[in-house]
Design a protein around this ligand. Structure first.
Ligand SMILES: [Zn+2]
Ligand SMILES: [Zn+2]
Length: 370
């Protein structure tokens, strides 16, 4: 069950995230994603038809508040999961050991490290760029002329340093912006990225380690309860040896908390291990998630840049609506085309990651320095 669940989770995540990428857009993965999105929109239209508008607005507002504003909802969810997991471990796993041994102590050390890194990620300044420290951040990186141009942030009213981004949720520009993390309710940037990396790696280790301990306890239960030698009798009186299916049902019914803990840490452990490996790859190649996304979806990025280029043109240039539209259209083509050619040219020169790649050891040192 856990394997099927995790496999489905990984496949669905990949299709949703990578389905609109240019490599998959025209293939079957793109087709599956488009079909999935159509079904979601259809389901939404059906729901909107039969549920009063006031209720759907309320649900949309709550979802937007949780996902797209700074709030502690998901932090509280983390608190609930870690507290619940620790409680189940303390009261349901430990009693199966004869003594409180080193395995249990390691578990509590891992939990402490994980909670501490979570707290540091949530509280630490990610590298918010203020007018006071603007020149300091400007000198960190040079604009590469492809993904980073010398553009002004219209909200903060200064030229955005290379590799920075304005976070629409926190409403600030952040140096070496990686992404906004709803789990820690904070931006992940230059100053807290190493703690974020530590947090996701420690979560992966904690979940994998707990999975191992729960499996040991399950094995102990199976042996001590004599399940391997027992026979299962069906309604007709036929007897069978206890297989995996009966064993799983027995453990789910008789040890629901342990089964719940196992399914949670196993699926989280797998997901967080993949996420950690992805971020290790980003560190080694000196990329941020934001930059990886720009490389992965270049068309979207160029459209965005061309839109920004249009925004920077002074209003008094447009004399008539017709002329404005003609110029906008031509400017869009030139801007997008020029940037695409520039990116292709750089890739043809053998650029395998970002222009900020300085080699593995220097890339690691840059993240550690923060
Ligand atoms: Zn800004
Ligand atoms: Zn943010």
């Amino acid at each position: 069950m856990a394997l099927i669940y995790t496999l489905c989770f990984v496949i669905i995540s990949y299709v949703i995230i990578a389905g609109k990428n240019e490599y998959h857009r025209t293939g079957w993965i793109g087709f599956v994603r488009r079909s999935f999105v159509s079904v979601v929109y259809f389901a939404r239209s059906v729901v909107e038809k039969y549920i009063p508008t006031a209720v759907t607005h309320r649900i949309t507002n709550i979802t937007d508040y949780i996902l797209f504003t700074r709030n502690s909802f998901i932090q509280l969810l983390y608190g609930f999961l870690i507290t619940g997991g620790t409680a189940i471990y303390t009261f349901k796993v430990i009693p199966n050991f004869d003594t409180v041994n080193a395995f249990s102590i390691i578990e509590y050390i891992l939990i402490t490290i994980n909670v501490t890194l979570f707290w540091v990620c949530s509280m630490k300044d990610p590298g918010i760029i203020s007018t006071l420290h603007h020149s300091e951040y400007m000198s960190d990186y040079e604009p590469d002329g492809v993904y980073y141009l010398a553009q002004e942030c219209y909200t903060c009213k200064f030229v955005k340093p290379a590799r920075s981004k304005h976070c629409s949720i926190c409403n600030v520009c952040v140096s070496r912006f990686d992404h906004h993390c709803s789990w820690v309710n904070n931006c992940i940037g230059k100053k807290n990225y190493k703690f974020f990396l530590g947090f996701i790696v420690s979560t992966a280790i904690l979940c994998t380690y707990t999975t191992f301990l729960v499996l040991v306890v399950f094995a102990y239960i199976v042996i001590s309860d004599g399940l391997t030698t027992m026979k299962y009798e069906d309604h007709d009186g036929k007897q069978y040896t206890v297989g995996i299916r009966i064993l799983t049902q027995y453990l789910l019914v008789h040890y629901p908390f342990l089964a719940m803990l196992f399914l949670t840490v196993f699926s989280f452990g797998l997901a967080m291990s993949g996420f950690s490996l992805f971020h290790c790859y980003l560190v080694l190649t000196n990329q941020t998630t934001n930059e990886f996304y720009k490389r992965f979806f270049p068309g979207k990025h160029h459209t965005k840049l061309s839109r920004q280029t249009r925004m920077t043109r002074p209003r008094n240039e447009a004399t008539t609506l017709k002329a404005s539209k003609r110029r906008t259209s031509s400017n869009k083509n030139v801007s997008s085309g020029t940037l695409s050619k520039k990116a292709e040219k750089l890739d043809a020169q053998g650029r395998t990651s970002t222009p900020y790649d300085k080699g593995v050891w220097k890339n690691i040192a840059e993240v550690i320095r923060g």
